[in-house]
Design a binder for this molecule. Sequence first.
Ligand code: DHB
Ligand code: FE
Length: 290
Amino acid sequence: MAKITASVYTSHVPAIGAALDLKKDHEPYWQPLFKGYEKSKQWMKDNKPDVIFLVFNDHATAFDLSMIPTFAIGCADSYTPADEGYGARPVPVVKGHADLACHIAQSVIQQDFDLTIINHMDVDHGLTVPLSLMCGDVTEWPCAVIPFAVNVVQYPVPSGQRCFNLGKAIRKAIESYDGLNADGKPLNVQIWGTGGMSHQLQGARAGLINLDWDKQFIERMVNDPADLATMPHMDYVREAGSEGIELVMWLIARGAMADVAGGAKPSEVHRFHHVPASNTSVGHLILENN
Ligand code: DHB
Ligand code: FE
């Protein structure tokens, strides 16, 4: 059966993608940020999965206000990079894993979570920036990716608790998949939660950053995720700004880790935070299942 080996959490600030694409990553402003991901890129090389189940949010690139699915799973064979604002990033096309994605859709919907099925979608910085941060400048992404889109843009958004419970269902779904990789082995799957940390892009509180709250969020994500999941969405908005609500997506990845289902506690491989990138607080965490 397929195994979830690790979870990765990271912000997806579009300016990070622009800095990489415009080769500004060695500038003093960006150096401390990219330095924080050096260990992650090496870890990714040493722990290459077959598939990344990548929880992200679209920013009005694939879905505009005419259609807003709360949870949507990518069942396509590939996804083309596109973006609002900066334009499409010059990064490789994202290859999907339709067979595993369809299995997850079947299992998770039967576990009473209503997913929207995506058979065609372009992917924006929410998905490509985490891939660049973890994989570097590559001509091909190292593995398949199943995009899982969450609405955290247009209210009402899903609660942290619902995201955490959904993570548990996704874990059951992935670990009941008996398809094999190209070497005839069970699939090695990582689950990534992206977005955040504190940031607000508009209104009277534009530019809000709450580093103490962000650090506390990461700490609770590691050591007490079930309690963190009970936090009401208004707390995210008040403490982490209107776009800080993206952090509920981290709880989907955390809910899929083994300890939540009664297994061993994960090992913390890496923790990093940095302020600022653009007008956002950046947080990053890697947890490995034992
Ligand atoms: C910005 C946009 C985002 O989607 C995000 O998550 C963080 C920052 C920005 O435009 O700066
Ligand atoms: Fe975002």
